[in-house]
Design a protein around this ligand. Structure first.
Ligand SMILES: *[C@@H]1O[C@H](CO)[C@@H](O)[C@H](O)[C@H]1NC(C)=O
Ligand SMILES: *[C@@H]1O[C@H](CO)[C@@H](O)[C@H](O)[C@H]1NC(C)=O
Length: 435
């Protein structure tokens, strides 16, 4: 039965690929391990009360990454119809995300911020805290881990930011789980380093870690905050935040600013705390829909809450992070303790602003990004690649692009949407289906 459905799906996909040469299509890995093109979608519809749609779509799948540096260095993070488990055995090693092609589309952060009166603990982002790993004891699939470790002098934190900074309305979904305090995963070593020139620190070695296994799982250590948000500035962002100090089903939703520093109080209507149906200690999909005039939040596609206050109107980037700064919001992690945020996949349906000039002034954008993501009127001979690196490495799509006349590109970029695809209620995560 499963196979028949699968064959029908693959057949359907080939037919739609053949009949619609002009559209962009995402790729995925079929059951036989071959890379194939998904349906040629002109736009992507999301579930929920808004009939709106998005022009672009991306899905990064962390569930089948080879835990081997050489193999992972060209890995494409495509979704699969069949989830692989336990393929890497005793030779599995954690892979830093910076050493994979994911780093072309997301920047792994390494900035730091000194402690202050309100946020006493210095935070230091490290690319060693963002890696692909697995739990060696359960034979499961791989996942992306963000780590926050508290050292004596600072908090070693993790943050990834999309290289695209001109998102204008998104439906962003992250399938996540905060790992238990005593859960064993493969993790790369990290040591405390001097944060200023005059400081000397004692090493805090951590060889390839296998924490002790414990039948009784405990929640993660208190004192860290996991964030998933759109960001333009501290007063223009839409957030999902999880505090490890909370009970494991509590989630905070906000449009910034949610705090009035003059009155020293929370701004009414700017943030909502919800107890969600699935605790964040279990795999579940957290979703933020940023639309014009309204932000909506979902867990497992069940609507949790909406806000119309201070909905962002600026071109934004996407950020996922895990941090602790000793402030009132995150609290303190105990020295020596670590919190891990596991992520199975990241999915985003999105529109981009076409206001290239404005973005150029705000951000330093490389020529390549400019060509790939910003141009709305590509001169003939310049390929337009809304899907970035993925398209660049696909000769198939290059060829199709060449056949597309500039006027047709503009039509697709404009209002028409002939082939609508849905990204919810589909058979395989990350493989949209024609409506
Ligand atoms: C995305 O862009 C299309 C084309 O401009 C527009 O019709 C649609 O409403 C936009 N979607 C959202 C959610 O803003
Ligand atoms: C965290 O610890 C620092 C001292 O290391 C302290 O100054 C701060 O008040 C603590 N934060 C909280 C929220 O208790």
């Amino acid at each position: 039965m499963f196979l028949r459905v699968l064959h029908a799906l693959v057949a359907l996909i080939f037919v739609s690929t053949a009949t619609s040469q002009l559209s962009q299509s995402a790729r995925f890995i079929a059951e036989n391990g071959q890379k194939v093109h998904g349906p040629d979608c002109d736009c992507y519809v999301v579930s929920g009360s808004d009939p709106g749609y998005f022009q672009h779509y991306r899905f990064w799948d962390f569930r089948h990454v080879p835990l081997n540096a050489a193999a992972a260095s060209s890995y494409e993070f495509l979704p699969r119809v069949k989830v692989d488990t336990g393929a890497y055995g005793a030779n599995a090693r954690p892979v830093l995300l910076k050493d994979t092609p994911f780093a072309n589309e997301w920047n792994i952060q390494d900035w730091h911020r000194d402690g202050s009166r309100l946020f006493p603990i210095t935070i230091v982002n490290s690319d060693k805290n963002v890696f692909i790993t697995k739990n060696p004891s359960d034979g499961g699939s791989t996942f992306l881990a963000l780590r926050n470790r508290r050292f004596e002098r600072y908090s070693s934190t993790a943050e990834i930011e999309s290289t695209l900074r001109n998102f204008m309305h998104v439906s962003l979904r992250v399938r996540l789980r905060l790992l238990a305090k005593d859960e064993s995963i493969l993790s790369p070593p990290i040591e405390e380093e001097a944060v200023s020139k005059n400081q000397r620190v004692d090493a805090f070695p951590d060889a390839l870690t296998l924490l002790p296994r414990n039948a009784r799982r405990r929640p993660p250590p208190n004192g860290a905050c996991a964030g998933i948000f759109t960001y333009f500035s501290t007063t223009s962002e839409s957030d999902i935040e999880i505090l490890t100090a909370d009970p494991p089903n509590r989630v905070h939703y906000a449009n910034q600013p949610d705090y009035d520093p003059v009155k020293n109080q929370i701004i009414p209507g700017a943030q909502i705390t919800k107890d969600v149906p699935v605790p964040w200690t279990s795999w579940s999909t957290h979703r933020l829909d940023w639309f014009s005039g309204i932000s909506r939040w979902y867990v497992e596609n069940q609507h949790q809450t909406s806000l119309t206050y201070s909905v962002p109107t600026d071109p934004s980037m996407l950020i996922v992070n895990l941090w602790s700064d000793g402030g009132l919001w995150s609290g303190n992690l105990t020295v020596g303790e670590s919190v891990y945020l596991g992520i199975e996949w990241i999915e985003v349906a999105y529109n981009l602003t076409s206001d290239a000039q404005r973005i150029k002034m705000r951000n330093k954008i490389t020529d390549e990004e400019d060509e790939i993501h910003i141009l709305t009127h590509p001169p003939s001979g310049v390929h337009h690649h809304p899907h970035g690196q993925e398209s660049l490495s696909s000769p198939n799509i290059e060829k199709r692009q060449e056949r597309r006349a500039p006027e047709e590109q503009l039509t697709k970029r404009g209002r028409t949407c002939k082939v609508k695809c849905r990204i919810d209620d589909i058979r395989f995560a990350g493989i949209p289906e024609v409506v």
